[in-house]
Design a protein around this ligand. Structure first.
Ligand SMILES: C[S@@+](CC[C@H](N)C(=O)[O-])C[C@H]1O[C@@H](n2cnc3c(N)ncnc32)[C@H](O)[C@@H]1O
Length: 300
């Protein structure tokens, strides 16, 4: 007689929406940026401050600061604060009546945007659930015209759960923002996202704002950098920063090939004073890109 089949192993309990730390994906990075925005004093950011975000921020900075060796290296939180403020400034200057923020995480940009603008945010479903819970706890339910959508932005085309970015927009010109995302995508995933963003903007015109320091411009990691990479991979289930050899010109060419007509790359440290960014004069290393599509109507 054959022995009875072994019982199937019980599925691991799904983490609660609040457990971004236990997800083993990139959502843990949203805790660091959320706390950076609160630390830097961005309006609305305190809504998303939690013990977890404070813990991740403190531990990461301790790790970076531990290395007296890193003295003189660019400041991560100050650079991120400059990047966040520069993207705000460029988006406001674009003046579009709709903003689509991709990988919005726990950014409070949607809360501080003009109430007459349409504001749509996308992030992984459990991050959106976490954000909704924090908003509800603070009595800040999203206003009319402000929507939060849970989706995996790496899915595209006919894949189940893939978002059609154009379908999230009205026919008016639009600003798309993807902050703190591109460095975690592979070059193929980056190009796929650029193509989708450009084709969503093609009929209406608009701009994609995102950040990406060309990996070849980054100093090779010392032991601290490698340690930070190891720490990130532990928390994110193996994902860390994408490293490849493309420089600014190669990235510009890829953005043009994706369908953008005008492409600018701005170093936060170079424009900090002119743009009134926080900690102007601090040593930072962040590059913000503005890639524009004129739109079918304007180009006709
Ligand atoms: C460094 S955080 C930045 C969050 C936000 N943009 C900010 O600046 O505060 C990266 C964000 O990308 C989101 N993310 C990563 N991969 C994603 C994917 N495939 N689809 C949707 N969101 C993703 C993470 O959940 C996280 O919220």
């Amino acid at each position: 007689m054959s022995p009875p089949p072994a019982p199937a192993p019980a599925p691991a309990p799904a983490p609660a929406p609040g457990d971004l730390l236990k997800r083993e994906d990139l959502s843990v990075t949203a805790l660091y940026t959320a706390q950076t925005w609160a630390w830097a004093g961005f309006e609305g950011a305190r809504v998303f401050e939690t013990d977890q975000s404070r813990g991740v921020f403190g531990a990461t900075n301790l790790f970076l600061g531990l290395a007296g060796l890193l003295r003189g290296a660019p400041s991560l939180p100050k650079g991120l604060a400059q990047r966040h403020a520069l993207i705000d400034a460029l988006a406001r200057r674009a003046g579009h009546a709709q903003v689509l923020e991709l990988a919005a995480g726990l950014s409070a940009r949607g809360l501080r945007w003009a109430p007459e603008a349409r504001y749509t945010e996308v992030d992984l479903p459990h991050v959106v659930a976490h954000k909704r819970a924090l908003l509800a706890a603070a009595g800040r339910a999203p206003r009319e015209g402000h929507s939060l959508i849970g989706a995996d932005l790496r899915l595209e085309g006919a894949a189940a759960g893939a978002l059609d970015l154009g379908a999230l927009l009205t026919p008016a010109p639009a600003t798309l923002i993807a902050e703190g995302l591109l460095m975690y995508l592979t070059p193929d995933e980056q190009r796929a996202l650029w193509r989708r963003a450009a084709s969503a903007l093609r009929p209406r015109g608009g701009v994609l704002l995102f950040d990406l320091v060309p990996p070849c411009e980054q100093p090779p990691p010392g032991w601290v950098g490698r340690g930070l990479g190891w720490l990130m991979r532990r928390f994110t289930g193996g994902r860390a920063f994408t490293v490849d050899a493309r420089g600014r010109e190669a990235l510009r060419e890829e953005l043009r090939a994706a369908g953008f007509e005008v492409v600018r790359a701005l170093d936060t440290s170079a424009v900090a004073r002119a743009e009134g960014l926080p900690w102007a004069g601090a040593r930072t290393q962040q590059v913000v890109w503005a890639a524009e599509v004129a739109g079918a109507a304007e180009g006709a």
